[in-house]
Design a protein. Structure first.
Length: 103
């Protein structure tokens, strides 16, 4: 399993706008049909740091992720840039799940 993680660091003055924007952004990610699961998480950081969020998109293979990146990633980056400029910074990482334990 491959997890495409998008970390968003949001300027505090843009927090309300970001929270309004996020549902359509997440829905758009799911509608690409490249991901089986999209999770939206708040990152707890020290009080003096900007609010941060993690969007974790799960897909079945590296090939599917590469196809998403080629076909759609730039459009999603553009949506954030047009809506927020440099007030929301995105950092992306790719993870491969090695093991999953649950109770």
């Amino acid at each position: 399993m491959i997890i495409y993680n998008i970390t968003a660091v949001v300027e505090p003055s843009q927090l309300n706008s970001w929270q309004t924007f996020t549902p359509s952004f997440l829905e758009g990610l799911m509608k690409t049909n490249f991901f089986t699961d999209v999770k939206y998480c708040k990152i707890y950081a020290p009080l003096n740091e900007a609010p941060s969020f993690s969007i974790q998109c799960t897909t079945s293979s590296q090939e599917r992720l590469l196809s998403f990146l080629e076909e759609h990633a730039q459009g999603f980056d553009q949506m954030v840039a047009e809506g927020f400029g440099d007030q929301v910074l995105l950092f992306k990482t790719t993870l491969e799940q090695i093991e999953h334990l649950s109770s």
